[in-house]
Design a protein. Sequence first.
Length: 358
Amino acid sequence: MQQDHLSPIGGPAAWTGADLARDPGWMFRIGPEGISEIDAALAGVRARGLPLPRIRAADFPLPGLRPLLEAATRELEEGRGLVRISGLPAERYAPDDMKAVFWGLAAHLGTPLPQNTKGEILAEVRDETGRGLAVTGADAAGAVPSARARSRSTGPLRFHTDKCDVLALLCASNGIAGGESRIVSTVAIHDALAARRPDLLAVLYGDFHRMRPADEEGEGHADRVFTMPVFSRGPDGAFTSQYSRTYVEMAHAEPGVPPLRPEQVEAMDALAAIADELCLQMPFEAGQIQLMNQHVTYHGRTAYADDAAAGAARVLLRIWLSAPNSRALPAGHAVQWGSTSPGAVRGGAIPGQSALAA
């Protein structure tokens, strides 16, 4: 770590929730002409019988929406790192058609990636407990629940990143209460720590043990537990943060892994407290798409409730994307990403493997 890494970074990615509430420049809307274009593209892939893995950008032509999608791509990497797109009429699409529309739009933004080694390429994030349970901390035996178990329950999600350049979420339907989206700028967290606690910022630039999630990446990895910093800089100085406290806690529950040092716990606690302070929290409504650059944002959610009797359930569709305009990453990040080169297909449950069928 260089000493200047403890100085504020600033720039458009260093926003606060209050900043975004004042400036809606990160919000885009698809108008009626765009919807007609999407419907025509959907009809085209249906007529050809193309399944999701075979739908590429060229198969889902959106010439009229190209300026919007290009602006979103720039905003994600060069701007705030967060985009919300509204205007998609969720009620008019059958579930499979909604997935095809989402996939077709996402294909214009990057390369979809596998989300687990069993072939999941478009995830449905919903309550899978069957009883509306909130999966949060360790169970009675002390086992740390995985990120997947937490997300597939009705409980809140702590701030974290997914293993991709851009996380794409579409709200297909919502529950009856809660489930608000929480997003925070990791650059803003970094800069707040630089001003308040540079000693803890330095700790976050040091290595933390991590665990590979078996329910995403499978078993048998020789480097199932590995080390990576929470905050890092690429070879050209670009900032990145890949972090989930869940995977840190899972790693330290493994035999032979040393306990977290007090200053590491204090640094993660400070990170969480500042994230709560600076985040944007807002409802995620059916038909809205949320795009987040995973190098400069964390995301989470509030707890929610479904109403099974009324058929009201919160369902998010999720696609992991490798972005063609992504930043260069530190060499040590190859353990997570496969490639650290800018613009490379990287990340995902099988690092560097596209979810598009050959």
